[in-house]
Design a binder for this molecule. Structure first.
Ligand SMILES: Cc1cc2nc3c(=O)[nH]c(=O)nc-3n(C[C@H](O)[C@H](O)[C@H](O)COP(=O)(O)O)c2cc1C
Length: 324
């Protein structure tokens, strides 16, 4: 089984990918959170800084583009190709209200003829320029029953990969993934396919494989943020150890500070991770509360150390255990 690291806006950064790859090797590809160019294909300099670091990291990183304007996509892909990237991922899954209202992300699935015209233009340019395009998609807007028609559209183009987040847009991140629908889709694709959605544990993997035994590739999101060793354990390797999580945490914290992020922003960025990582600690309410309340770097460091030393780490926990 091959594992991909999902794009996670506000959670993963180039430094996160670098440290994760170093400490938990084995992920085939890392996807960046979306780059959202304007209609002229211009994007914020912060994206360029991140992508330059990603390019120099020396392992496969695929930039993701959120656009519904073919010129904007093509110009952006051209700029990133000049940086050295050879594959781009189109976001056809973001459910957020503002993105959806602009007919971007999952909003592209509301009007298949326009989406077809968009795909026609981006794939014809990719063929001329020699870069590859993969798509990360939802299975529909209001129902995963919409997927056969969407798939018919994708099957007209030479996708390098289709990543199927097996929910409709209305399901946001909460609905039950449609495993039978995913299994059905697998039989109809001629390009590589990756499964995505609620894969947090070995039992989730067993369940997916009971519906879709031909699955060869899985994209991990919230589950691998909670447990950075998830790819390893799902491959039959050692469970995460508390000490490893602490080392990973400390490397990230020091890395952000050394990279010039202010102590206050560093604390905020680390707190975002704890929304997921705290799931690896049982009965952690007191410690996690003081960690999330900490405003200064010294307070944060003390609170994190207290949690790591609390003895409440449990390698068998996973994202869902505590949040649902
Ligand atoms: C905080 C957050 C940020 C996300 N950012 C992106 C993004 O930039 N691009 C994207 O395609 N999906 C994004 N996603 C969706 C994830 O990549 C993934 O598809 C989703 O979380 C389902 O997988 P999971 O159940 O393994 O988490 C985001 C999800 C979350 C929770």
């Amino acid at each position: 089984m091959e594992f991909l690291f999902a794009p996670m806006e506000g959670i993963t950064f180039a430094l996160y990918r670098q440290i994760h790859h170093r400490m938990f090797p084995g992920i085939a590809e890392y996807y960046t959170p979306f780059i959202a160019p304007d209609s002229e294909g211009s994007f914020k300099p912060k994206y360029l800084k991140e992508l330059t670091a990603d390019r120099d990291n020396g392992f496969p990183v695929i930039p993701q583009i959120l656009a519904n304007n073919a010129d904007a996509f093509n110009i952006t892909a051209g700029k990133l190709q000049a940086l050295g990237f050879t594959e781009f991922n189109l976001n056809a899954g973001c459910p957020s209200g503002t993105v959806f209202a602009k007919h971007k992300g999952a909003g592209m699935l509301t009007d298949l003829p326009s989406f077809d015209a968009f795909l026609d233009r981006i794939f014809s340019v990719s063929e001329q320029k020699g870069y590859r395009i993969s798509i990360k998609t939802r299975m529909g807007v209001h129902s995963t029953q919409e997927f056969p028609a969407i798939l018919e559209l994708y099957n007209r183009y030479p996708l390098s990969r289709l990543i199927i987040h097996a929910r409709d847009r209305d399901g946001q991140y909460r609905s039950e993934p449609d495993l039978p629908g995913f299994s059905e889709a697998l039989t109809k694709c001629t390009y590589p396919v990756a499964y995505n959605g609620n894969l947090f544990s070995e039992s989730d993997l067993d369940r997916l494989l009971s519906f879709a035994p031909e699955t060869e590739c899985i994209m991990l999101g919230r589950g691998i943020i909670a447990n950075p060793a998830l790819g390893r354990t799902l491959s039959g390797g050692e469970p995460l150890q508390c000490r490893e999580l602490e080392q990973f945490h400390d490397a990230l914290l020091e890395g952000y500070l050394q990279g010039g992020l202010s102590p206050a922003f560093t604390v905020e960025r680390m707190k975002q991770l704890w929304y997921y990582m705290h799931c690896m600690f049982s009965d952690d309410k007191k410690e996690i509360k003081s960690l999330l309340k900490s405003k200064t770097l010294p307070d944060y460091r003390t609170a994190a150390k207290t949690l790591f030393l609390s003895g409440k780490f449990c390698a068998d926990n996973c994202f869902r255990d505590i949040t649902h």
